[in-house]
Structure formats: structure tokens, C-alpha cells
Design a protein around this ligand. Structure first.
Ligand code: F0G
Length: 358
């Protein structure tokens, strides 16, 4: 993604801390598209980034800026992916890293990543929202701690490259709709900024409409959009299997409402069951394995197709934000039983038995 460095806020080339982020695949999904009644469906698979999520785009810029500013200690609150990404990039930059996570509510793969990269983990009782307010308070008290959450403007500058890439990978004139899962709302607002900048630079003529998807019981932004309200009502005790977007009080909500309104987009909610079904559909029909929060974009697309909000003729890009291996816990929530066999192949007769079950 550093090919876009002219529009990224880093002064010196030698400040750049990179793990070869960006350049993720934009996959045409014909089999899933057919199921959903769409001719042109694409998945922008951000799980292909170095730490397995879109967060790396923002992190490479923010850590490079931290280096330029002479920072030595970085801090974030996270539902897991920001923490995994920050832990990796701070290790590469030789900085100390502290992450605050909601106790017991972070997917196993993400905890493994943070541990492996040597970050200091502080588990906070409560939800992400409590972890975030603690991180904010800590950064205010201790000026040596540089806060790397998505209120850090450099993170969002990096994340806007998603829109640049999609525009370059696809003929921008034909792109109608982009669908993203929404937690804190940094990604959808950064993507909108990217599409807007490419239009301002006359690289593209049109901007797509932006659609944000939230989990039903963690959906303050989607509710505000549906009720045509100008502010959100935070959700106490948000719940969803998609732990990455289990957020009741998203900090970037004003930017999200602006992006959705300016682009004439919308927002939708999906249930955990719909999320799990979409995750399975994408994996079995297209060979793309994403974590539950990412599958929310596919589940949302399905719902909006059924409602007629999205037309069969539209070109749609669903952004899948994180890799499926991040969260192995979904194995305990099977949608339908999948046959598995334990056979010891010892002789010809057991081979015959194997042949019979196939
Ligand atoms: N998808 C995944 C896999 C995420 O990890 C997140 C956010 C989102 C979607 C939502 O993005 O917050 O920009 O609207 N994860 C954050 C974290 C909160 O701490 O890793 P957003």
C-alpha cells in the first residue's frame, strides 16, 4: 500500500515500518453471487494482510508516524485485531506495547498473536467500551504513552488505502456499493475518505454508496440510521458472537453517519445465526475463510438483497476484515452437522469400508 505514499502523512521514507501490508485480493464471487442473485459480487479480503486483518493498513502508517514523533511506548484498547496488529508493528519498530482488552471476550487467535509478539496484556473487566475509556484516561495521565486507537488520525489515513486499491482493482465507474462491518466505525469512514480523495484528485468520477453492517445486539449506529436520527444511543452490555464488533459506544459514530448520508448509503443489522451462515457460505462456495465479524458484510448483503435495497444489476464489493483462523471458537457452533469418520486403514477390507462411505 506504500505505493500511495504521496497521499499518506509520512515525511521521511526511512521512518516507514512495514510488513508488506495492503495489496489484498479483490475476488470475484460468482457462485455466492448466483445464490444472492447478483451478477457482480466481489470480496475484498483484508484477512490477507500480514497479521490477518485490515488493521495493518492503519498500523503501518500510525507506527511510522510514532517513530517520526520519537514515541517509545504505544497503547491501545481492542477487541483483538488492533491489539494483534499493534503488537506486531511495535515489535518491528522496537517499541514497548501495552494492550487493554475486555477480559474473556477476545478470540483465541488474537490473544495468541499479542502474546507471541511480546506485548503487555491488561485484561479489563467489562466490554471494549470500558477498556477504551481506561486507555483514554491512561494516555491522558501518562504523556509518554501514545494512543493508537482509531481516534489516532494516522490510523485512518492508512485505512483509506482500501478505497484506493478497490478503485484501482475495479473500474471505478462501475462500482455501485461497498459493504463493511462496523464496530467503532473507523474503517467505513476511512474508506469513504479514500473514495472522496480519489474523486477530488480526478482519478475517479463517481463514489460508491457505503453500507455499514452491525450485529443485532451491538448496533447503535445501524439503529440511528434506520430511525433517521442525528446521534446514537450507546448500547449497554452489547452481545454478539462477532467479538471484533462487540462495541456499544463507537467513537467514530459522527463520521460514520456522515459517510452513510453523503454517499446515500444505509445500515443494517444481522443476527449471530445469519453471521455464522454467511461465514459458512463464503467458505464453502468461494474458498474464503473469514472471521465472524467479517461475515457480517455478507450476511448484511443477503438481507438487503431480500429487502430489495440492493438491485441484481449492481456491482457490489463486500469487505471481509479479518481471517477465519483468528477465531477457532466457532467450531463449537455448528450450523449443520458435518460427517467425519475415524477409520484405521489396515487392510483391503477396511479400504472397502472407506469406499462405501464416500
Ligand atoms: N471487522 C473486524 C475483524 C474488526 O476487528 C473490527 C474492529 C471491525 C470489523 C470493525 O471496524 O471498528 O473500524 O468499524 N476491531 C477493533 C479492534 C475494534 O479493536 O480490533 P471499525
Amino acid at each position: 500500500m506504500w505505493k500511495y505514499r504521496e497521499v499518506l502523512p509520512i515525511e521521511k521514507e526511512e521512518s516507514i515500518i512495514s510488513l508488506a501490508e495492503g495489496g489484498t485480493g479483490l475476488h470475484r464471487c460468482q457462485r455466492l453471487g448466483r445464490e444472492l442473485g447478483l451478477k457482480k459480487l466481489y470480496v475484498k479480503n483484508e484477512g490477507e494482510n500480514p497479521t490477518g486483518s485490515f488493521k495493518d493498513r492503519g498500523m503501518t502508517v500510525a507506527i511510522s508516524k510514532a517513530k517520526e514523533l520519537g514515541k517509545k511506548k504505544v497503547l491501545c484498547a481492542s477487541t483483538g485485531n488492533t491489539a494483534a496488529s499493534l503488537a506486531a508493528y511495535s515489535a518491528r519498530a522496537g517499541m514497548e506495547c501495552i494492550v487493554l482488552v475486555p477480559k474473556g471476550k477476545v478470540a483465541g487467535g488474537k490473544m495468541l498473536q499479542v502474546t507471541m509478539h511480546g506485548a503487555r496484556i491488561i485484561q479489563v473487566k467489562g466490554d471494549f467500551d470500558q477498556a477504551f475509556s481506561t486507555a483514554l484516561a491512561l494516555a491522558e495521565r501518562r504523556s509518554e504513552l501514545y494512543l493508537m486507537n482509531s481516534i489516532n488520525p494516522y490510523r485512518l489515513e492508512g485505512q483509506k488505502t482500501l478505497a484506493f486499491e478497490v478503485s484501482d482493482q475495479l473500474d471505478p465507474e462501475t462500482l455501485d456499493t461497498v459493504i463493511l462491518p462496523v464496530g467503532n466505525g473507523g474503517n467505513i469512514s476511512a474508506a469513504w475518505k479514500g473514495f472522496t480523495e480519489f474523486q477530488q484528485l480526478s482519478i475517479t468520477n463517481a463514489r460508491p454508496r457505503m453500507i455499514g453492517i452491525q450485529a443485532e445486539k451491538a448496533a447503535p449506529i445501524a439503529r440511528a440510521v434506520k430511525r433517521e436520527e442525528n446521534m446514537i444511543h450507546p448500547v449497554q452490555n452489547p452481545q454478539t458472537i462477532a467479538t471484533a464488533i462487540r462495541i456499544g459506544s463507537p467513537v467514530n459514530w459522527p463520521k460514520v453517519l456522515k459517510a452513510i448520508r453523503e454517499s446515500k448509503g444505509t445500515a443494517e443489522t444481522v443476527t449471530d445465526r445469519e453471521i455464522l451462515q454467511a461465514q459458512r457460505d463464503l467458505a464453502t462456495l468461494e474458498g474464503i475463510f473469514v472471521e465472524p465479524a467479517s461475515a457480517a458484510s455478507i450476511a448484511g448483503l443477503k438481507k438487503l438483497r431480500e429487502k430489495g435495497t440492493i438491485d441484481p444489476s449492481e456491482t457490489v464489493v463486500c469487505v471481509t476484515t479479518g481471517h477465519g483462523l483468528k477465531d477457532p471458537s466457532v467450531i463449537a457452533r455448528p450450523l449443520k452437522s458435518q460427517a467425519s469418520y475415524n477409520l484405521e486403514i489396515t487392510d483391503r477390507t477396511s479400504l472397502d469400508a472407506l469406499e462405501r462411505v464416500l
